[in-house]
Design a protein around this ligand. Structure first.
Ligand code: COA
Length: 374
């Protein structure tokens, strides 16, 4: 007779805090250092591009110049959406629908246009990862175009993913410095060890379900305000506070009421999120450049107050909100942008899961009634 599986109850109702749920070589958090495939996030943010980072996450090595040129060409050639698919998207409601919910539906629909959708072969997986990653930004831009009743522009083949996203989102050519900032934001958000949406990706992939299903699970997880949805909530909060004078009182009232201050705190980083440090500098510079330093000043005051009152520090969502604001990006598109970048990490995690799979099947501790009869 097979022996009973041993049960560990240490993490019960604690959100699996401190539990190592799988081995991974995609990205790691050590102290307050984040590495993608062994490269620090500071190094990549300064020296790399989003396309190069995607290649790194998927191939466990940086591309040569020739490999990068080829990879960029492949990505940009997959950015356009099938015409029939756009026609279906045009019939989806956009009013009173959050763009993350719309994105979740659209990515699920996109599977019906992918001839490899149900092919679990490694080569098919690579093609799907490339298509999904290339098209994610275009889908978000399609939402923006459709709700504003304008045609979606076609991506330009000689431009980067960051350039094309900003071009298709706004319908005009972006400023070079905004493209650079946006590209850095994409790098910073591309992966983050076993975060909630990467875990959701892996859980779905672990049943040997297809990649589109795994990515739809991930989008659903990212949408929540405790994960990717926090960046949008930060900007909503800053606008609600309105003035620097009210910022400290807002924080103290929130803490008193046991409410969460969005963009603050982290399950793993207790001494600061390295991405927030990079974004903080970008926020300070950009809010000054657009003549609205108040947004950075208010953020910095909230940051300081949260630290002195509670010892908590900002996460990636805190200063990214004001960076996106400075680029004129609509507030409800902040979280979809997170998905445009994090798809790179989700695909890397799915690849790793399929390569060494065992289905995720934890236990639940029974706390309900027993022994009832009808
Ligand atoms: N505002 C106010 N208090 C916060 C807080 C925040 N943003 N984040 C954590 N805390 C407090 C909790 O109330 C709790 O206090 P207590 O011990 O006095 O009850 C303590 O800090 C631990 O918080 P907890 O919610 O258990 O931490 P967690 O590890 O489960 O959650 C987050 C981590 C990120 C979900 C949490 O910090 C949070 O909700 N932050 C705001 C949402 C956000 O920015 N999400 C993006 C994450 S990248």
């Amino acid at each position: 007779m097979a022996s009973e599986v041993q049960i560990f109850e240490g993490a019960l109702d604690k959100g699996l805090e401190g539990i190592v749920a799988c081995s991974t070589a995609v990205s790691s958090i050590q102290g307050n250092t984040l590495n993608y495939r062994g490269y620090t996030i500071e190094n990549l943010a300064e020296k790399s591009t989003f396309e190069e980072v995607i290649y790194l996450l998927w191939n466990d090595k940086l591309p040569t110049a020739e490999e990068l040129t080829q990879f960029k060409a492949q990505l940009v050639s997959e950015m356009e959406l099938p015409a029939d698919f756009i026609n279906v998207l045009k019939n989806l409601p956009t009013q009173n629908v959050h763009p993350m919910a719309w994105l979740r539906t659209a990515v699920s629909l996109l599977a019906h246009w992918d001839k490899d959708a149900n092919d679990m072969d490694t080569a098919a997986f690579k093609r799907k990862s490339l298509r999904l990653t290339a098209k994610m930004g275009t889908i978000v831009c399609a939402f923006e175009a459709i709700r504003n009743k304008r045609e979606l522009l076609a991506p330009k083949k000689d431009k980067s993913m960051a350039w094309n996203f900003m071009y298709m989102l706004k319908g005009t050519e972006p400023k070079a410095d905004h493209v650079k900032v946006f590209d850095t934001c994409l790098i910073l958000h591309a992966d983050h060890e076993l975060n909630c949406s990467a875990f959701a990706t892996r859980v779905t992939a672990s049943s040997l379900s297809d990649l589109h299903s795994a990515i739809v699970s991930a989008i659903g997880a990212l949408k929540g305000p405790l994960h990717g949805g926090a960046n949008e909530q930060v900007m909503i909060m800053l606008k609600k506070i309105g003035t620097i004078e009210k910022a400290q009182a807002f924080v103290k009232d929130a803490l008193q009421a046991k409410e969460k201050v969005m963009g603050i705190g982290h399950r793993v980083y207790k001494n600061g999120d390295p991405r927030a440090a990079i974004l903080r500098k970008m926020s300070e510079k950009m809010t000054a450049e657009i003549g609205e330093p108040i947004w950075y000043q208010m953020s910095a005051l909230i940051d300081d107050t949260m630290f002195s009152e509670k010892g908590l520090m900002p996460n990636v969502d805190f200063y990214s909100a004001t960076v996106y604001y400075c680029m004129g990006i609509p507030t409800d598109v902040y979280t979809p942008i997170f998905a445009v970048s994090r798809i790179a990490g989700w695909c890397a995690h799915a690849q790793e899961q399929y390569a060494n799979n065992r289905i995720y099947r934890p236990r639940g501790k029974w706390v309900g009634k027993s022994g009832l009869t009808k």
